[in-house]
Design a protein around this ligand. Structure first.
Ligand code: SF4
Ligand SMILES: [Zn+2]
Length: 550
């Protein structure tokens, strides 16, 4: 390994290779030394000494200001119980079979492990994740912060505020510490994180935690939000997980205050009797109400839906999934399908042991999902099909992790994203109108004739004005433009989209549609780090939103 690095670094310097040529050489030398994975460019740079690094600076990745190329940073909250008790299939939680875990996690998911290592401190977790991104050549300048670990809005408000404040502060401090004029200060980064080093060494981890915690200091939520608007590492989206009975106006307003833009909503079933059986503590009516409130406030809603819950049949589960979209009271923007699995330490496990519950198996799940495929509308993004619980803790139920392949090529957003397809034609502007949760939705998109998606905007005429900023206005709930950030080492060129101002044109179209609907004001729910982007188009901050008279 060491000789690989030496030869590579020497040749790049001697021949003054640019990034492209360096990537080719890396491939060649990997073959020569029979290395299994490709080390990242930054891993290579970390091996260079100071003198060598002076000649390699041009290889450091730079941040870009666009709407695409988001890096997910998942942070875990401390373990607390859900307010209603515990659903019968839910693994984990405080004092669970798996130890003291956040509710619904078993402790071996990457985000949970990072949470545990960092004692669920948001500042440490974010710092840790950003470091990993950089080492892997991924410039994390646009962060989607995902807050995981149960029902976040049921935590004390003070905890919520502190949690988000420090997650943002970590992004801001990281930006300040390791970037100069928008460029990564590689030497400082290397020294701070003691790289290259033994990442499995407890000693190093301890020293780093101590160092990072010394930076944590004091601040306020408002201050860190403000700082983040212009930081190198910006929070462009924030996701919070919650239950429908903890997504009412009160909780939603608090989420807005934090800067949240997307809510993962545990709908789980469209049947009251199923929700009752799993001791869910809320009913379908709560889900309907939550979806309406959230959409009217501009949130994107990612519904979680479970198949194979007690009382399941293939027919019923398929109908349930279909109803999510045929019934305008639901119609979420995103969907995660989780087949129910049996895990030790749950009530469901006991039922299963006694022969009172039969789990839905792989074949059944595949049948349901394949039949559901044609019912997936074009405005939804199917985020996941199956939860990534390690199969070793699954006692019964679906343990195949590649169920997604059975809906491959469906009409959902994900299957049509330009970065995922090899070829595309010229994009044209399209508008798809539909009703959802009592409001009017417009899915405005740039697509080619084969439906390949270049970008889209979700515009809503809300069913009611739940806040003073929204009176007499339409609301942009999402604006997304794909430009497959061609990652270093990726297949550069294929499917690459230039930024031909798609964002601007989508927004203009949204404003035009809003005017036609007799609305004089546009409200945008904007990630903290995207506010600057909207300012370019004449938007200004009002309350928790970006607004403009149209
Ligand atoms: S609401 Fe979610 S996290 Fe809470 S007990 Fe139920 S399944 Fe687990
Ligand atoms: Zn799809």
């Amino acid at each position: 390994m060491e000789s690989f690095y030496r030869e590579l670094i020497k040749e790049v310097i001697d021949k003054k290779l640019d990034l492209d040529k360096t990537l080719k050489l890396r491939r060649k030398l990997c073959r020569k030394y029979s290395l299994r994975g490709l080390p990242s460019i930054n891993q290579i740079l970390l091996r260079a000494d100071k003198e060598e690094f002076r000649h390699l600076k041009h290889l450091v990745t730079k941040p870009t200001r666009s709407l695409s190329g988001v890096s997910v940073v998942a942070v875990m909250t401390k373990p607390i119980k859900c307010p209603h008790g515990k659903c019968i299939m839910c693994p984990g939680g405080p004092g669970s079979f798996f130890g003291n875990m956040p509710q619904s996690y078993v402790g071996i998911e990457p985000a949970t492990m990072r949470g545990l290592r960092n004692k669920f401190d948001p500042y440490l977790q974010v710092f840790n994740r950003l470091e990993q991104y950089i080492v892997l050549d991924h410039m994390p300048d646009k962060v989607e912060l995902i807050i995981m670990g149960g029902t976040f809005p049921s935590f004390e408000v003070k905890y919520q505020n502190e949690f988000v404040k420090y997650a943002l502060k970590a992004m801001n401090d990281f930006s300040k510490l390791f970037f100069r004029k928008g460029k990564l200060d590689f030497v400082k980064f290397k020294e701070f994180f003691e790289l290259p080093g033994d990442i499995h060494s407890e000693g190093r981890a301890k020293r780093l935690r101590k160092k990072v915690l010394e930076l944590k200091g004091k601040s306020s939520l408002g201050e860190e939000q403000k700082r983040n608007e212009k930081a190198v590492i910006r929070c462009v989206g924030m996701t919070i997980e919650t239950r429908p009975d903890y997504a009412n106006l009160k909780e939603a307003n608090q989420m807005l205050k934090l800067g949240c833009t997307r809510v993962e909503l545990g709908v789980q079933s469209v049947y009251d009797e199923v929700l009752k059986k799993i001791e869910r503590g809320h009913n379908v009516g709560d889900s309907v109400k939550a979806m309406k409130t959230l959409k009217d406030l501009g949130f994107k809603v990612n519904a979680h839906y479970m198949i194979g819950l007690p009382g399941w049949s293939e027919r019923k589960d398929l109908d349930g999934l279909k109803r999510l979209f045929s019934d305008e009271r639901f119609r979420p923007d995103m969907l995660k399908i989780y087949p129910c699995i049996v895990v030790k330490g749950t009530k469901l496990y006991n039922l299963w042991k006694k022969g009172k519950f039969k789990a839905l198996d792989n074949e059944g799940a595949i049948r349901i999902i394949s039949k559901f495929k044609s019912g997936i509308p074009r405005y939804v993004r199917v985020m996941r099909v199956v939860r990534d619980i390690p199969s070793k803790v699954i006692e019964a139920g679906v343990d195949k992790t590649n169920l997604r392949q059975y809906i491959k090529g469906c009409r959902c957003i994900r299957c049509r994203e330009v970065g995922r397809v090899e070829e595309h034609g010229r994009p044209i502007l399209r508008v798809f109108e539909y009703k959802a949760s009592g409001g009017k939705e417009f899915f405005i998109s740039f697509e080619d004739e084969k439906n390949v998606l270049f970008g889209f905007c979700r515009l809503r005429i809300p069913s009611s004005s739940l806040r003073k900023e929204i009176k007499g206005s339409a609301i942009v709930r999402e604006l997304h433009v794909y430009s497959p950030s061609v990652r270093i080492g990726g297949k550069a060129g294929i499917g690459q989209v230039q930024h031909r101002g798609y964002g601007r044109r989508l927004l203009r179209k949204a404003e035009e549609i809003a005017r036609k609907n007799g609305v004089g004001k546009m409200v945008v729910i904007s990630g903290i780090g995207v506010r600057e982007y909207y300012r370019k188009f004449g938007y200004r901050k009002e309350g928790v939103y970006m607004v403009k008279g149209i």
